[in-house]
Design a binder for this molecule. Structure first.
Ligand code: PYC
Length: 317
């Protein structure tokens, strides 16, 4: 038990295809029972310390994605979730949703079957399979802009597509960089994609309604026989160890727009670690709904402790 005056927050850690998720089970602030988008804004404005304290050093690292487990507004949903990282908040998170469902199963709160989850960008349907895999039926995804070219200082011109998959992505289609999509090159790939992100911001290239593009994806061939292998730069500068659920959703939207993938066809997306998600999509009322399947593994159950006298009680920002 935490000493008097200290705060304690119970978390469950997992990784999905290598990418970690830290689920906050209790000890978080009371955000009321409104829509998840409103609760996210309250968390951001009044309780941002929670985000930093849970995922940043010294308790976490730049790589961890946190998820605050919330009561859903719609009682037919299994849970609500607000995802965050080392620098801010995510609309949706594919690997994190797979981690959430695996975590709820580990806790004995759900059984194999369908489970609806509320997120700040809408409701997603999930299926927990008997073999432990999880399918996430994501929010509607689409390509927003095709063949956008920006000048990237030190690298030359880079062309790609802007797409929504629950977060905003720039998917580089012209591979002008000299690096292989391999773990040995993650430093170079990180510097390259970070330079692209800054160039997009400088050039005023955004998602819909001026939304910042905060995820950059590179693609290449997969040596393990997947349809594609990627490198995804996340908003805080870390790279996604998983194939990125929202990034794969954005990719599916671009493939469909290019006539390269049809409804119901399967797409194997590998990550920089060569872990994989399976993707496919359905079309309803002219909108594309991706389905992403992957697996998460539980790594820790813990109580995070917060001594108010600790100078880094709220994390190193
Ligand atoms: O899987 O959607 C995802 C994701 C977003 C950021 C890190 N992972």
């Amino acid at each position: 038990m935490a000493p008097k005056g200290w705060k304690a927050i119970r978390v469950l850690d997992s990784h999905t295809a290598g990418e970690p998720t830290r689920l906050v089970l209790d000890g978080g602030p009371d955000l009321g029972g409104g829509p998840l988008a409103e609760r996210l804004e309250l968390l951001r404005s009044d309780y941002d310390w929670l985000r930093s304290a849970v995922v940043n050093e010294p308790r976490g690292s730049d790589v961890i994605v946190g998820g605050l487990l919330c009561e859903p507004m719609d009682r037919n949903c299994t849970a609500g979730i607000i995802f965050f990282n080392n620098v801010g908040y995510l609309g949706m998170c594919g690997h994190g949703t797979i981690g959430l469902v695996a975590s709820l199963a580990y806790l004995g709160r759900i059984q194999p079957g369908a489970h609806r989850i509320e997120t700040p960008v809408g409701e997603v349907s999930t299926t927990l399979h008997a073999n432990g895999e999880v399918t996430v039926a994501n929010v509607a995804s689409y390509r927003h802009a095709h063949n956008v070219t920006v000048e990237v200082p030190g690298y030359g011109s880079v062309t790609g597509d802007v797409a929504w998959g629950g977060n905003w992505f720039f998917l580089v289609t012209a591979h002008t960089h000299p690096y292989a999509l391999e773990r040995a090159q993650v430093e170079e790939l990180t510097a390259y994609t970070w330079a692209i992100r800054r160039a997009l911001a400088r050039a005023g290239v955004t998602g819909a309604d001026g939304a910042e593009i905060d995820h950059i994806e590179l693609y290449g061939p997969s040596p393990k026989g997947a349809n594609s292998k990627n490198f995804v730069l996340c908003p805080g500068g870390a790279y996604d160890r998983s194939p990125c659920g929202t990034g794969t959703s954005a990719k599916l939207a671009c493939l469909q727009a290019d006539g390269r993938l049809r409804e119901g066809e399967s797409w194997r997306q590998a990550s920089i670690l060569d872990t994989e998600f399976r993707g496919a999509f359905t079309l309803r009322e002219g909108r594309l709904y991706p389905e992403i399947t992957g697996r998460a593994w539980i790594t820790a159950e813990a109580e995070l402790l917060f001594d108010p006298a600790d100078p880094f009680c709220q994390g190193i920002r």
